[in-house]
Ligand binder design. Structure first.
Ligand code: C2E
Ligand code: CA
Ligand code: CA
Length: 405
């Protein structure tokens, strides 16, 4: 994947660019201090001093003209470079009004500069400031920093997997696992996937991250199979459930990575179950159908995740080659108190049986919920009632102790 933004460090005193240089990128200061100065007229004049969170050189993003001032590091400084080409790519995908508005704003900015007679390159008095602008700037800086940190997280080994057991409700024996990714950031602590997976999806980082999840979970699962065989010689081998984002599966890079990993031989793909959400099925059903059939051709099974929360029709359920359906926690949670929820859950289970889909109920927290579901004929369950998602070592212990529920 092309790196769209790059960090660079400048020692104290280093020149970042000079007046007249061709400009093709803007800079965000992530650490240190930068002076913007001009030597026109013989003597040097400082136009601005900037610190972490400030952006400079941004006009180059719009017009790629010559730099109108010098930029020098006043301390050891780290900068994030935002290249014009990457911005153009990103803008190409957005509403055409956005680039237009940017151009209009730059021109207004230039006009304002000439009206107040500010020397070229100097910030005019009415440069946008105030709290709304500050807020916008802070948000943008935080997002870019988070994205950079996530980009590095994979290289630095900061991602880890927890595994949550999935249990056969009739026998209480382990039937599978779900691999759930976490980010242990040295700065932010343990970050939940709900916070960083959407960012990874927007930036394309989900392709390498999702592939790492598949690789790592396949390797780990292969190492558990002997222990499982010893503990439960007469039970079918458990599967490893892996979440796959729609973004990952509709991107060619993401799909090629997944396919290679499934073919790698680390684990029999028949023991892998890919969990996909309904949102994948809504747009481009023909393309998605083909992709899912190709994946199934590699031997994996497919589950529809968070069932009942999306907008897919029953028709789409029949059209796609799913093997299992996961009932979303939002139906399981109120079951004990609410007759309507019980009716919905019972109907989903009956429908799944007709369609020959295995059913996994998510988010089972109480014995009462587990009993109701068993009574309705639900095959499998997952939730804190059995086990929270746990790091690899805890699952090692659980297998050795031959735990059942
Ligand atoms: P999900 O696929 O629906 O995963 C189940 C979530 O429910 C997990 O949250 C799990 O910890 C939580 N959970 C399980 N049992 C219970 C319970 O009894 N009570 C309650 N309150 N919660 C329970 P987690 O790990 O925070 O993951 C959140 C979501 O992030 C996942 O929802 C999934 O959509 C996404 N995600 C996690 N790992 C990955 C990944 O590797 N790739 C992708 N694309 N998405 C992932
Ligand atoms: Ca899932
Ligand atoms: Ca789910």
């Amino acid at each position: 994947m092309e790196r769209q933004r790059e960090s660079r460090s400048y020692p104290i005193g280093a020149s970042i660019f000079r007046e007249g240089d061709h400009g093709d990128r803007a800079f965000l200061i992530t650490r240190g201090r930068v002076k913007i100065a001009t030597s026109r007229g013989g003597t040097e004049r400082t136009l601005a001093e900037m610190t972490a969170g400030d952006v400079f050189g941004e006009v180059a993003l719009i017009d790629a003209g010559p730099r109108s001032a010098d930029a020098v590091a006043l301390e050891d400084t780290d900068l994030l470079e935002i290249r014009q080409s990457s911005l153009a790519n990103t803008l190409g995908d957005t509403d055409p009004l956005v680039p237009l508005m940017l151009r209009v704003l730059t021109e207004r900015f230039r006009e304002a500069q000439s009206r107040v007679g500010t020397p070229e390159g100097e910030l005019p008095q009415e440069v946008p400031h105030g709290s709304a602008f500050e807020e916008l700037r802070r948000c943008a800086a935080e997002r870019v920093e988070l994205e950079e940190a996530l980009r590095r997280a994979l290289e630095m080994g900061e991602l880890e997997l927890h595994y949550q057991p999935i249990v056969s409700l009739a026998s209480g024996v382990l039937a599978g696992f779900e691999a759930l990714v976490r980010w242990r950031s040295p700065h932010l602590g343990l970050v939940s996937p709900e916070q960083f997976v959407p960012l990874a999806e927007r930036t394309g980082l989900i392709d390498p991250i999702g592939n790492w999840v598949l690789e790592e979970s396949m390797r780990t699962h292969a190492s558990w199979l002997d222990d499982f065989r010893q503990a439960f010689p007469h039970e079918p081998l458990p599967y490893m459930g892996v979440n796959v984002s729609p973004a990952q599966i509709t991107s060619e890079t993401g799909r090629a990575l997944l396919t290679n990993t499934l073919r790698s031989g680390a684990l029999d793909p028949r023991l892998v179950r890919l969990e996909l959400t309904e949102s994948l099925l809504v747009s481009e059903p023909e393309l998605v159908g083909r992709i899912l059939r190709d994946l199934k051709g590699l031997g994996v099974s497919l589950a529809i995740d968070d069932f009942g929360t999306g907008y897919s029709s029953l028709r789409t359920l029949c059209d796609f080659p799913f093997d299992a359906l996961k009932i979303d926690r939002s139906f399981v949670d109120p079951m004990a108190q609410c007759e309507d929820s019980r009716r919905i859950v019972r109907s989903i289970i009956a429908m799944a049986r007709e369609l020959q889909l295995a059913v996994v109920a998510e988010g089972i927290e109480t014995e009462e919920q587990a009993e109701l579901l068993t009574g309705f004929g639900c095959g499998f369950g997952q939730g804190y009632r059995f086990s929270k998602p746990a790091p690899r070592a805890e699952i090692d212990d659980l297998l050795r102790s031959r735990a059942t529920w």
